[in-house]
Design a binder for this molecule. Structure first.
Ligand SMILES: NC(=O)c1ccc[n+]([C@@H]2O[C@H](COP(=O)([O-])OP(=O)(O)OC[C@H]3O[C@@H](n4cnc5c(N)ncnc54)[C@H](OP(=O)(O)O)[C@@H]3O)[C@@H](O)[C@H]2O)c1
Length: 334
């Protein structure tokens, strides 16, 4: 069993530990929270072996194989570097790091600790529906672009409207719509089509100074992808990828629960795979496979591919922000 620790006690960590339990491959060895009562409550609810309010203490005492980092984005880097220094593998919520400089430093640290693995928790690109989507695209005669959308009103925008600055709408925490929801369709574009040649971001800024929604254009050789995302309004539009007369559709570029293809004659085939018991189950199963058998050639190839996606997504997010002059305090030394 893989001994996992956690950072952060919001709903996403709860969903993650439920996925760990469902996979049958992990034990929850340590829970870290800034507050003892939160740490204890989370540990009790999920039968964790120990709880901590000192992160370093968890890293030294809990005998972890890996730690899941689901804190605000700007904190991921220091928490990841500390784990690597202790030879503990890291599963980092997306977006894993604030900018290119942090990603480069993490990769340098990984090179010094070759047994440590870094996974970015990009749940949707590990799903059977992503496989179905990739397979459908291989059958298209050409690719002429895509329109990807992921837009969900955030209850935390209610707080912005009364003058607060929640973490998710704060540049201080390397957050905003691009980082929080834009990362899903950007991940999809990178995993399916690789690194774009040129990118441009048109953000809509809100009172906190962060982007509340926005439109990004990813320019590839021969086609463009428009990416529409936001946390201040709702979209019910599907996402589409264009062949010639064929169109592949997704319910949303973030949820990826339905995939279908309309062929040249207009016939629609549902390509969706069975619903998942937990949306994070495929990724934790994939990560366990690599952690348990890192020398397996297939696992090595998959790990290298995920690392390449993560590195490219980090570059694309950063370039998009540069194109819109949208800077974070974490970029200070960049
Ligand atoms: N994969 C997905 O589908 C998905 C969905 C949502 C979020 N995310 C990602 O998950 C990460 C966390 O997002 P979130 O919305 O849950 O963030 P959040 O609510 O702002 O914070 C997450 C946790 O970090 C700790 N924390 C909060 N504020 C902090 C501060 N000022 N200093 C230190 N620790 C603090 C809290 O844990 P304690 O109080 O216990 O210390 C909190 O439970 C982000 O990277 C986000 O992009 C991913």
């Amino acid at each position: 069993m893989i001994r996992m620790g956690t950072v952060g006690t919001n709903w996403i960590t709860q969903q993650f530990v439920e996925a760990l339990a469902l996979s049958g491959r992990y034990e929850l060895a340590g829970v870290y929270s800034r507050h003892q009562d939160t740490a204890d409550a989370f540990a009790a609810k999920n039968q964790a072996q120990t709880s901590y309010t000192d992160y370093e203490e968890m890293l030294t005492q809990a005998d972890l194989d890996a730690v899941y980092i689901a804190s605000p984005n700007s904190l991921h880097f220091d928490q990841a570097m500390a784990a690597i220094a202790h030879d503990i593998s890291i599963v980092v919520e997306k977006p894993a790091f604030s900018n290119r400089q942090e990603m480069v430093a993490v990769q340098a640290a990984l090179a010094q600790h070759p047994d440590v693995k870094f996974f970015e928790a990009a749940r949707h690109v590990h799903t059977p529906n992503f496989q179905a989507l990739s397979k459908a695209l291989l059958g298209l005669p050409t690719i002429q672009g895509a329109a990807l959308t992921y837009m969900k009103y955030s209850s935390r925008y209610d707080l912005v409207l009364v003058g607060d600055v929640p973490n998710v709408f704060s540049r201080q925490f390397s957050a905003g719509a691009l980082q929080d929801l834009g990362v899903y369709p950007i991940y999809l574009a990178v995993a399916l089509f690789g690194q774009p040649e040129h990118v441009q971001y048109y953000p809509t800024l809100i009172a906190t100074g962060a982007d509340g929604k926005g439109l990004a254009v990813l320019r590839y050789v021969g086609f463009d992808i428009t990416v529409s995302f936001g946390k201040t309004s709702n979209s019910y539009a599907p996402s589409e990828i264009y062949g010639l007369k064929e169109t592949v559709s997704l319910d949303s570029a973030g949820e990826l629960t339905h995939v279908s293809e309309r062929d040249a004659a207009g016939n629609v085939t549902d390509l969706s795979q069975p619903a998942l018991a937990n949306p994070m189950l495929p990724e934790v199963t994939d990560f366990a496979r690599v952690l348990d058998a890192p020398a397996d050639p297939q696992n090595q190839a998959d790990y290298r591919r995920w690392l390449q996606w993560s590195t490219t997504v980090n570059q694309v997010l950063y370039s998009l922000r540069v194109s819109a002059n949208l800077r974070f305090p974490a970029d200070e030394n960049d």
